[in-house]
Design a protein around this ligand. Structure first.
Ligand code: SR1
Ligand code: MG
Length: 421
């Protein structure tokens, strides 16, 4: 039966799985366990054992709690999110090998996932707030996005393979509804879950609630989220769901995975990077100005989209085995040219979706329930409010005036412009 694990009970759980015990080495008494979960939902344990040949070994264990950790037991949440997470990890590994921690074990009764412990990786968001550059970030995240989204789409999978997967992930209803509520609905209304740190934002939040164009844009995006089973998306790809070193990048936490719009994942990471860019002014000091770092963040946004687009197109051109766009209909030079135009149109549409979702992801982090340390750790309340106000201006424009942004450069230019206001 299910019971939450603890630092005291975890060794016995691991000792019962020979492959895990062997990996840790020594005996359970030698294993050091720390609960380190600082996310909104789950328990996370890091375990270290003596390993073999003088090299220590580590594991990470993630377990669902029957409620939302951020709020407490008053907000029950489906335990089965762990099943969706480990299933998504397995399916995504096929499209983007090496860009996530290795999945080692799943316990369906305890809703516990055992995976490779990443070391010396840190959460990307923490590194960004400290002003650390990650030269491989765009290359690796674009590998992950293109690989996972393409491989699970109708462009790569025959319908008879994709449809049962769509059906299985449709059952991740609890987490989809959470997203629908906290991202697309609650920030645009008076709701007890909403909070913002700066009283300076009271008037802005009130203005959002009466901004019909903004609410309409949020609702259109919500519909797209609910009714576009394009690919198996991560579903929560913010900068807290990525672990990094200067040379390695791993995506973690796909518990919100379901078949949804690809632009939601692409927009999540772009939106979180843009939010970070605008938050940097709250962390700059005279001794440590952040302007050059901010240029790096925007260059990363540009590179990420450009590489994603190129890699996705390459996969489609070279390995299209899905049932959409049957090859037999596009034989000959005319068919080839026509299909190539179609591919570019598809990517243009995906880009537009991503920008809208990026705006929605920024808005929810300022006016909704769950916030980001990028903004929350700005000590000066006036400066924090200024950064938040700039974020909201950019977010609204991405959602309401999406057509103004035909290229990723136009997006980064808008971010620079907002920063000057
Ligand atoms: C209750 S909202 C919790 C949030 O944390 C997760 O990381 C998701 O972003 C979710 O929306
Ligand atoms: Mg998460």
């Amino acid at each position: 039966g299910y019971a939450p694990l603890s630092e005291a009970t975890l060794p016995a759980f691991l000792a019962a799985v020979p492959a895990l015990a062997n990996r840790l080495g020594g005996t359970p008494a030698d294993w050091r366990v720390n609960e380190v979960g600082d996310g909104n939902l789950n328990l996370v344990f890091l375990v270290e054992g003596p390993g073999h040949d003088g090299r220590t070994a580590g594991l990470c264990v993630k377990q669902s709690l029957p409620y939302l950790r951020l709020v407490g037991e008053g907000w029950p949440l489906d335990l089965n999110r762990a099943w969706f997470e480990q299933r998504a990890m397995a399916l995504h590994a096929a499209g983007a090998a090496g860009r996530a921690p290795a999945l080692l074990h799943y316990d369906p009764a305890l809703y516990a996932i055992v995976m490779e412990r990443l070391s010396p990786h840190v959460i990307l968001r923490r590194g960004l707030v400290q002003g650390i550059r990650y030269p491989k970030l765009a290359e690796h995240v674009s590998d992950y996005l293109a690989g996972t989204l393409y491989a699970t789409s109708d462009l790569a999978l025959p319908a008879s393979k994709k449809r049962p997967l769509v059906a299985a992930f449709t059952a991740n209803d609890a987490l989809c509804r959470l997203t629908e509520d906290v991202i697309f609905t609650q920030p645009y209304m008076k709701h007890p879950h909403n909070r913002w740190t700066s009283p300076q934002l009271d008037a802005t939040a009130e203005a959002v609630r009466t901004d019909t164009a903004w609410k309409l844009a949020a609702s259109r995006l919500k519909l797209k989220f609910m009714a576009s089973p394009e690919a198996l998306i991560h579903g929560d790809l913010h900068t807290g769901s990525i672990m990094v070193t200067e040379t390695d990048t791993r995506v973690i936490d796909p518990e919100f995975a379901f078949f949804g719009p690809m632009g939601f994942d692409v927009g999540a990471i772009i939106g979180n990077l843009l939010l970070n860019y605008l938050s940097q002014d709250g962390h700059a000091t005279e001794e440590h100005p952040r302007d050059a770092y901010q240029d790096w963040v925007l260059a990363t946004v540009e590179e990420l989209w450009t590489l994603f687009r190129a890699k996705f197109l390459h996969l489609w051109r070279t390995s299209g085995e899905g049932d959409a766009y049957p090859a037999a209909l596009f034989a000959g030079p005319e068919g080839t040219a026509c299909l190539e135009t179609e591919r570019r149109t598809y990517l243009d549409r995906l880009f537009t979706d991503a920008l809208g979702f990026a705006g929605a992801k920024i808005t929810r982090r300022i006016l909704g329930l769950a916030h980001n340390m990028d903004l929350e750790t700005i000590a000066d309340p006036d400066l924090r409010a200024l950064c938040e106000t700039r974020c909201l201006a950019l977010a609204r424009s991405l959602m309401v005036e999406t057509g103004r942004y035909p290229t990723i450069k136009s997006v980064t230019e808008a971010a620079r412009h907002v920063r000057r206001t």
